[in-house]
Design a protein around this ligand. Structure first.
Ligand SMILES: [Zn+2]
Ligand SMILES: [Zn+2]
Length: 301
């Protein structure tokens, strides 16, 4: 009897439902992307400054100790109720250390207006800083605080990214609301269509706060779930690495960036380098479904 080799095809690796942030390089990579996008850009100076801010975020993240995660009972309660494990209302006090470190590092590089805002933040007491954080995280910042908010947001991103990175993906579960982060409950800033063995061509939404990502089927509106009235818009002359996914059912949009068009795309940096695309789809009557926290406060008014 002749033996046949076993034709064994191991099952394709199951695509990850969640991608947790890689803290060693996340903000440094984003800084590099801001630098690259700034070249020849009409908002180049601003993008360069955001690169410096991202680099300061990486330093602040590197200096953060491990942070306490919610206890087992809280995690179980969140799981049973279909809630994300992190509650942004419980912001670790370490966020203020992150902010002061960012303010200190940026002070020397910042243009005059930003430098005076950073000096104000560096001198602010804990209560004032917590007031700014609460206002930002509750989505109700005061109009007079607009200049402070990108820096407050940057520091909050640092602590929530650290917290998110301490989870194991098995501790997360998909939420009913596709546009909301399964780790911290914040809205997505944009989607990324990824390259890579088990995740090739899959679309992941990227959290505006904690930098976690979660898989959602492509060509589905992440606000109202329809797959019928979704279209992609892009700027004339664009190479297709950044598009706006618009939905005619609910009139919302969110941007989507494609790693196969440019492997270095970043959902936060590429979003801010394509504000002209926001203007285009805003004028066509679509409203953005999730904020970019480095531009928070700029949407109103
Ligand atoms: Zn999140
Ligand atoms: Zn929709």
């Amino acid at each position: 009897m002749q033996s046949q080799p076993i034709d064994f095809h191991p099952p394709a690796e199951e695509a990850a439902a969640f991608l947790l942030p890689v803290t060693a390089s996340l903000f440094a990579d984003r800084a590099d992307r801001f630098d690259a996008l700034a070249v020849g850009h009409s908002l180049g100076d601003w993008l360069v400054f955001l690169g410096q801010l991202s680099r300061a975020q990486q330093s602040a993240l590197n200096a953060l100790p491990e942070l306490p995660l919610p206890d087992v009972a809280s995690l179980e309660q969140a799981r049973v109720h279909g809630m994300p494990p992190l509650n942004v209302a419980n912001c670790p006090a370490a966020w203020r250390d992150a902010l002061r470190r960012i303010a200190g590092e940026l002070a020397a590089q910042a243009p005059d207006t930003a430098a005076s805002v950073l000096a104000t933040l560096a001198a602010a007491d804990d209560a004032r800083l917590d007031q700014l954080a609460d206002a930002l995280l509750s989505g109700e910042p005061a109009a007079g605080d607009v200049a402070e908010l990108p820096f407050v947001a940057a520091a909050l991103q640092v602590v929530f990214t650290r917290l998110a990175s301490q989870f194991d993906a098995s501790q997360l579960q998909p939420l009913d609301a596709h546009g909301v982060c399964p780790c911290c409950g914040s809205p997505a800033v944009a989607s990324v269509v990824r390259l890579g063995a088990a995740i090739n061509n899959l679309r992941y939404l990227h959290c505006s706060l904690c930098n976690s990502e979660w898989n959602v089927a492509r060509a589905t509106c992440t606000t109202c779930d329809t797959d019928q009235q979704v279209a992609l818009q892009e700027l004339e002359g664009s190479k297709g690495a950044v598009r706006a996914e618009t939905c005619d059912a609910c009139k919302s949009y969110l941007k989507i960036v494609y790693q196969d068009k440019d492997p270095n795309v970043d959902p936060v940096a590429d979003d801010l380098a394509t504000l002209a695309l926001d203007m285009l789809v805003n004028e066509a009557g679509y409203e953005r479904s999730g904020p970019n926290l480095l531009l928070i406060g700029a949407y109103s008014g």
